[in-house]
Design a protein around this ligand. Structure first.
Ligand SMILES: NC(=O)c1ccc[n+]([C@@H]2O[C@H](COP(=O)([O-])OP(=O)(O)OC[C@H]3O[C@@H](n4cnc5c(N)ncnc54)[C@H](OP(=O)(O)O)[C@@H]3O)[C@@H](O)[C@H]2O)c1
Length: 342
């Protein structure tokens, strides 16, 4: 009989999550009820947001209870269905759990039936054509109101979201500077991803000065993935009526003490900035159009895809800890092993 391997939360994470915060259990594969369908998960999207659900505190979703299966987005194939809208063989994206098999219904959060093209790897639907690429696209357009000729700065720029932000901004005719945590990542942005400049925040003593050296007229859009000291420094680089797209604050996710203080908030008034947070699921209706444009850019070679793929469900905790330690570039994801390999 097939078993459902599930990754559960064994202990709350404090600081950078550790492999022993997680356990793997085996349970029977669930049977879909009325209106439900069963999917075989193929890829897990590893996302820093999951870190916020691991320490027992309310976030924008309920915290995952101790012993509960870890929640996370996945791409899977429908293998059994009691729902006329989802046929066996359909490929779906949804916020599921870290497990081989998940039960879905029409109300499953982020549920989307995918129309994968033959020449498109399914893994891209958790990364550049999935939450990372569409977050970058929606953030730049809906929140940033990006226009050609502007200067865009993005943090965590070599990551899943940041590498897409920079490349999309280049497609829109902008000057792009990335902020990253190593020289190797900075080099990669310029050499491989077409960024105009890059800054390593770990060796740079004055981020404001470093950005102003590369963008003397100031910054139109700062796409903030990290918050903390980098956001604080970026507030001093913004043009009047510039826009700060608040996508995430990863510099605070692993902190055990209070969040990093932001002392330069007066600049929001003085420079008449718009600083707006957003969560992709609020803009879910815009995802198909974003995906279509991203697919065109990727298939025509204008945007490059970089994936950090870990194989095997049992390695999911280690892969997630790697992501949260800044050791990955591009989209971090897990490719599940097939049932016959169990
Ligand atoms: N709003 C939304 O709907 C939405 C959707 C998806 C993602 N997000 C957010 O977008 C951000 C990026 O997510 P992702 O999935 O694309 O992850 P990612 O960028 O692929 O990986 C995270 C990166 O963050 C950087 N980082 C970690 N700690 C940092 C620190 N203290 N200061 C500065 N940078 C740090 C690391 O790169 P370095 O080596 O360069 O430091 C690390 O590689 C996260 O904040 C996430 O929560 C938001």
């Amino acid at each position: 009989m097939l078993k459902n391997r599930q990754i559960t939360l064994a202990s709350h994470a404090h600081g950078v999550p550790q492999v022993d915060n997680f356990s793997m259990i085996e349970t029977p594969v669930p049977t879909p009820g009325a209106g439900q369908f069963l999917i075989r998960n193929l890829y897990f999207s590893l996302e820093p947001a999951i870190r916020g659900w691991l320490e027992g505190k309310a976030n924008y979703f309920e915290p995952i209870p101790l012993g509960g299966v870890v929640r996370g987005p996945s791409v899977g194939r429908v293998i059994e269905s009691n729902n006329p809208d989802y046929a066996v063989g359909d490929i779906v994206f949804a916020l599921n759990q870290w497990e081989d098999y998940s039960i879905c219904n029409a109300d499953t959060i982020l549920l989307e039936k995918l129309q994968p093209q033959d020449d498109t790897p399914l893994s891209w639907y958790v990364g550049p054509l999935g939450g990372s690429g569409t977050t970058a696209y929606v953030g730049l357009h809906e929140i940033g109101h990006i226009k050609a000729g502007q200067t865009v700065v993005v943090s965590a720029a070599a990551g899943a979201t940041g590498s897409m932000v920079g490349q999309i901004a280049k497609q829109r005719g902008c000057r792009v500077i990335g902020i990253v945590g190593s020289d190797a990542k900075a080099q990669m942005l310029v050499d491989d991803f077409g960024f105009d400049g890059a800054i390593n925040y770990n060796t740079c003593t004055d981020i404001t000065a470093a950005v102003m050296a590369q963008a003397p007229d100031g910054v139109d859009i700062y796409f903030d993935n990290v918050g903390g000291p980098i956001l604080n420094a970026m507030l001093l680089t913004m043009k009047v009526q510039g826009r700060i797209v608040c996508c995430g604050m990863i510099s605070d996710y692993n902190r055990t003490e209070n969040p990093n203080p932001i002392t330069n908030l007066w600049e929001v008034v003085a420079r008449q900035l718009t600083m707006q947070g957003f969560l992709l699921f609020t803009y879910h209706d815009q995802v198909p159009a974003a995906q279509a444009q991203l697919a065109e850019w990727i298939t025509s070679g204008k945007i490059k895809v970089l994936e950090h793929i870990t194989k095997g469900i049992a390695n999911t905790p280690a892969a997630f800890c790697e992501l949260m330690s800044g050791k990955t570039t591009g989209k971090a994801l897990v490719q599940l092993d097939l049932p016959e390999e169990q």
